[in-house]
Design a protein around this ligand. Structure first.
Ligand code: CA
Length: 226
């Protein structure tokens, strides 16, 4: 699941990005309102965490633009000011929930999960599948042939990416940026190692084989012979 965090305070931003990343989300962090506004309007997120007090384009504006564009992406806003007017304004503008700073990370995580559960309409995907492999994005369960498979967070993120883009050859550079949030350095074999581990878990003891190496290009998830 992809989250956007818009937060100008360096420490809070890093903290949110790291914590949510460790909780298994793919997090994009915008450190100012302008970038946050741009990302919110141009990319798809499952949820947006929005700081209200931003130096340039404030959280209200971002929220307003989103709703004016018929975007239903759930928005959780963060406010330092615990005034009734702020909360009312946020909710009137179409925020789904709010949290007053400072907050406990556990509470933020609980709110995020609740909003994601609520925000999922039947059209959106909560479960991803290919052949007899099933991923549940909320419970984070992975089943192959009805057997439960335990993946690390990175393996889960890697599999989620592969399954969302099944049939496409994904270059290592794309996998590196999407799953590891890093630029691909051809000296590192981190991706190949991760693929090998993932294969051992989801492919080695099952048929049909799903992960395919495309030499010199990258990896592809596909039912053989499709
Ligand atoms: Ca702020």
């Amino acid at each position: 699941m992809r989250l956007l965090v818009v937060e100008d305070e360096l420490k809070s931003g890093d903290y949110l990005k790291q914590g949510l990343g460790e909780a298994g989300f793919q997090v994009s962090l915008a450190r100012n309102g302008l970038d946050g506004h741009h990302l919110a309007m141009t990319e798809n997120f499952d949820l947006i965490i929005l700081d209200i007090m931003l130096p340039d384009v404030d959280g209200w504006r971002i929220l307003q633009s989103l709703r004016e564009n018929q975007s239903n992406t759930p928005v959780l806003f963060l406010t330092a000011r615990d005034s009734v007017e702020d909360r009312v304004k946020g909710l009137e503008l179409g925020a789904d929930d709010y949290l007053v700073k400072p907050f406990a990370f556990a509470e933020l995580l609980a709110r995020v999960r609740t909003l994601l559960r609520r925000g999922i309409s039947p059209k959106q995907t909560e479960k991803l599948s290919i052949a007899n492999l099933h991923l549940d994005l909320l419970s984070r369960n992975v089943l192959r042939d009805d057997k439960k498979i335990v993946l690390t967070q990175k393996e889960f993120a890697l599999l989620e990416l592969l399954i969302r883009r099944q049939g496409e050859v994904l270059p290592r550079s794309l996998i590196a940026s999407q799953v590891w949030d890093m630029n691909f350095d051809s000296d590192t074999n981190v991706i190949d190692v991760a693929i090998r581990r993932l294969r051992a878990k989801i492919d080695d003891n099952f048929e049909p084989k799903l992960i395919h190496t495309i030499r010199g290009m990258g990896y592809k998830l596909e039912v053989e012979g499709d």
